[in-house]
Design a protein around this ligand. Structure first.
Ligand code: NAD
Length: 499
């Protein structure tokens, strides 16, 4: 079944079809049906959308903080009142269950709420009489046009990590969503218009590498926030910075949870199921490696498998715990990792490959899968799988568990489960990962803290949202002022001295 619905761009406060003859199909993962065709921008289309943002910038940066804040509050109220609509769009193109889609929107909304405090966040500082009759002030100003490039797995929350703060700080935005689920971006663009945001401040550019490359090389774009896989994050960082842009590029992940022998195993098993299979494992903060320390492994595996077997896989609009994977190709790729793990000697304790799903035959179904006796050389351990596959790695000591995590190329999130405060404290100090949970499996920071991993999970110096986000979307300026006074001292060609 195909659909002729076309999904275009948004520029200058209205729909923009662009001039490209290239499109990509958008599918409903729960049925396999094509629900529309998304435009894939030409470089010329991208330049038109960027020009819309550039035209809007001068008057938006000069719009008072009071007016900008009022629009942000409007956006927050509209989003809160109509989040069900956005969740429905996410489920229809991504596949995650509706409750999970609503959770995604709520986490994004928290960043909108943080950005409503922009007058306080942008306050500068001032020193009176730094030198005689000289005052010094520091202020932060917007950058101009900023690009945001998103992944498929959070079509609303990830862009909301960035655009509320970028806009509140006085920038104008071009957002390029994933071509797999492009409709949420357009819904948010219309909501901004309804909230009173002037035309051109928030724009949507649909497309693939062509659109991304224009954002990375066009001199009008001053900064790029990217979230996606590590190879593309690395490319975006290298290309954007080579073109003089400020870039934060968040990449892939392989998150470990360490279960110490003294942990509450029921709590840990619940947490492994939530963090391993929530959103079908298509989360950059999903736990994919469960590191069982010492003699607890058999009991832990039994508890996780009992729980995993109760999960209902099905259409996200029905009463399911876990939806389908985003595309058939991704579903087949994840299943091939389970095959490889089995061939390499891992024990398949719960097998999702032949799951009976509550949904259409054409859906991209893969049930929760638990692999035991996984070892660090297996591809199921080394690669980011991004699906509902949880691997149990057995080790004998805390030091072995720590060494495993610190040797991994990724460093996004991690968690430890224990009742020993000293062990937890040592872990938080020693582990080389950006976000750490202690008896918390998915430690996604609140909006007023910053989100970001270490090592190949992030390229650049600045994490997303929180005060680091405000810094990313502004640049500092220091103003030194002297109002002439009869004692100004006349001509002096020497370097300014304080007196
Ligand atoms: P992806 O890297 O395939 O795509 C991300 C974006 O890059 C998309 O907008 C896509 O259109 C664009 N893109 C793809 N190929 C490109 C190319 N060759 N040149 C230029 N642009 C290109 O990622 P995805 O599959 O959409 O998302 C899943 C990945 O994102 C996972 O690796 C996941 O861990 C990661 N992710 C990371 C975080 C984080 O916070 N670190 C959060 C969410 C997702």
């Amino acid at each position: 079944m195909t659909s002729t619905r076309t999904i275009g761009h948004w520029a200058d406060g209205t729909d923009f079809a662009g001039g490209s003859d290239r499109t990509a199909p958008v599918t409903n993962p729960a049925t396999g049906a094509v629900s529309g065709q998304v435009a894939l921008a030409t470089a010329e289309d991208a330049r038109t959308v960027i020009a819309s943002a550039a035209t809007a910038f001068p008057s938006w940066r000069d719009t008072s903080l009071a007016k900008r804040t009022a629009i942000l509050f409007n956006f927050r109220e509209l989003l809160n009142a109509r989040k069900d609509e956005l969740a429905t769009i996410i489920t229809a193109e991504h596949g995650k269950v509706l409750s999970d889609a609503l959770g995604e929107v709520s986490r994004g909304q928290e960043v909108v709420e943080f950005a409503c405090g922009i007058p306080h966040l942008l306050k500068g500082s001032m020193s009176e009489n730094a030198s005689t009759n000289v005052d010094v002030a520091s202020i932060r100003q917007p950058l101009g046009v900023v690009g945001i490039i998103g992944p498929f797995n959070f079509p609303a929350m990830v862009p909301m990590w960035f655009f509320p703060i970028a806009i509140a700080a006085g920038n104008t935005v071009v957002f390029k969503p994933s071509e797999k689920d492009p409709s949420a971006a357009l819904w948010m663009a219309r909501l901004w218009a309804e909230a009173g945001l002037p035309a051109g401040v928030f724009n949507v550019l649909q497309g693939d590498k062509v659109a991304v490359d224009e954002l990375l090389t066009n001199p009008t774009v001053k900064a790029v926030s990217f979230v996606g896989s590590t190879p593309i994050a690395q490319y975006v960082y290298a290309t954007g910075t080579a073109h003089g842009k400020r870039v934060q590029a968040l990449g892939g992940a392989k998150n470990h949870a360490v279960i110490l022998p003294d942990a509450d195993l029921d709590l840990a098993a619940d947490a492994m199921v939530n963090a391993g299979f929530g959103s079908a494992g298509e989360r950059c903060m999903a736990i994919s490696a469960c590191v069982a320390v010492g003699p607890i492994a058999n009991e832990l595996v039994a508890k996780i498998s009992d729980r995993a077997r109760t999960l209902k896989t099905g259409d996200g609009t029905r009463d399911a715990d876990m939806g389908p994977l985003v595309t058939k190709a991704h579903r087949d790729r994840v299943a091939s990792y389970i095959d490889a793990g089995e061939t390499d000697g891992a024990k398949v304790v719960v097998d999702g490959r032949n799951v009976t799903a509550d949904g259409a035959d054409g859906g991209f179904w893969l049930g929760p899968t638990l692999l035991d006796h996984v070892t660090p050389e297996m591809s199921v351990y080394t690669d980011e799988i991004f699906g509902p596959v949880l691997s149990v790695v057995r080790v004998q000591t805390y030091d072995e568990a720590l060494a495993l995590i610190n040797a991994n190329p990724y460093g996004n999130g991690t968690a430890i489960f224990t009742n020993d405060g000293g062990a937890a404290r040592r872990f938080q100090n020693e582990v080389e990962v950006g976000m750490v949970g202690i008896n918390v499996p998915v430690p996604v920071p609140m909006a007023y803290y910053s989100f970001g991993g270490w090592r190949s999970s992030l390229f650049g110096d600045t994490h997303a949202h929180g005060t680091e986000g405000v810094h990313f979307f502004t640049r500092g300026k220091v103003v030194t002022t002297r109002w002439l006074d009869p004692s100004h001292g006349g001509i002096n060609l020497g370097f300014p001295q304080n007196n």
